[in-house]
Write a protein that binds this ligand. Structure first.
Ligand code: NDP
Length: 310
């Protein structure tokens, strides 16, 4: 079996940027695509904030470009998801759909997935008024009525961001107390455009048969009352789940499951992390790409230092 210099797990902006840097450093990286090849940007529409595209670019097209750039250099792709890893000894083991691969270093960029409520109408209307990314889609709600679901920092951040565009932003929370940090709560409470609908859970996202969001059906969990609230957009802000299940017990994670990394370095020497899997704060394509670059440089430095130490 070949022992690679580096295996990169994940093909969002972090993983593919790591691939570009690792390949150009002559490390011939093996990149595991993952089931959602291209990551979260493949489910967004217009990306207006990635430098270098003055007119904006579609998320899938941006990922396609970054992938082509990685392919231009010596990058090998393997399709499929990682079933398990062995980070206890080097060369590390990475199993992709049952097939074992080994490498001296591993760069983890498996990202995070937005949590969804699990309603049929939510899935059907995704991209037609339902979104889980205010930064990506907020711009399309100029002077519109918007609903944000959730009571944590993500929901507050989304709601505050959306007030730049929307006429009114209503936050629907299932309790009468927010989970968000005090600072974020204060900002949300102080914002004239934000209103709260407490103790309420969504039952259905409404489209009136049009295929585009027209409102939301809510249930007050205290009174049991069901009501329909008209709106143009529904943003989910109920958190993200880091895709770190397969690394549990092998590498240090924080209490929410994010990999703890410093300049890409994790608790295991030779294992690096970049992108949303280690980012609880920024979660942007450009910061993911930047951290991918850092992780690849750190992997290269380690391999180089070890070569000299031999
Ligand atoms: P959290 O888990 O903190 O909050 C999720 C919120 O969504 C909670 O209010 C929760 O309600 C609600 N919720 C969860 N599931 C459902 C559901 N099925 N139906 C209705 N409501 C639901 O996630 P966040 O993404 O907000 O934050 C994650 C971490 O990232 C935190 O540590 C946060 O501080 C950090 N973060 C920091 C930011 C910053 O500093 N700028 C920005 C964004 C995140 P309940 O409260 O009842 O459990």
């Amino acid at each position: 079996m070949d022992i690679h210099n580096v295996i990169i797990i994940g093909t969002g902006p972090a993983g593919l940027t790591a691939a570009i840097y690792a390949a150009r450093a002559g490390l011939n990286p093996l990149v595991v695509e993952g089931l959602q090849s291209g990551g979260q940007l493949t489910i967004t529409t217009e990306v207006d904030n990635f430098p270098g595209f003055p007119e904006g670019i579609q998320g899938p097209e941006l990922m396609d470009n970054i992938r082509k750039q990685a392919e231009r250099f010596d990058t090998q792709f393997v399709a499929g998801d990682v079933d398990k890893v062995d980070l206890s000894t080097r060369p590390f083991g990475v199993w992709v759909e049952g097939k074992e691969h080994r490498a001296q270093t591993v760069i983890i960029s498996t990202g995070a997935s937005a949590r969804w409520l699990g309603l049929e109408s939510e899935t059907r209307l995704r991209g037609h008024g339902v979104s889980a990314c205010a930064t990506c889609d907020g711009f399309f709600y100029m002077d519109k009525e918007v609903i944000v679901i959730g009571g944590g920092d993500t929901a507050m951040e989304e709601a505050i961001f959306l007030t730049r565009f929307g006429k009114r932003v209503r936050i629907v929370h299932r309790r009468d107390e927010l989970r968000a940090s005090k600072a974020m709560q204060q900002q949300a409470f102080a914002n004239d455009k934000i209103e709260f609908i407490w103790d309420s859970v969504p039952l259905e996202i409404l489209d009136g048969g049009s295929g585009i969001v027209t409102g939301i059906r809510l249930k007050n969990v205290k009174t049991g009352e069901i009501s329909d609230t008209p709106c143009d957009g529904v943003f989910l802000g109920i958190g993200h789940t880091p895709n770190s299940k397969i690394f549990e017990g092998q590498i240090d994670l924080d209490e929410s499951g994010y990999i703890i990394a410093d300049k890409g370095k994790t608790s295991v020497t030779g294992v690096f992390a970049c992108g949303d899997i280690q980012d609880t704060e920024y979660k942007q394509a450009i910061t993911a790409a930047g951290s991918g670059c850092m992780a690849a440089i750190e992997a290269e430095r380690l391999l180089e230092a070890e070569k000299f130490a031999e």
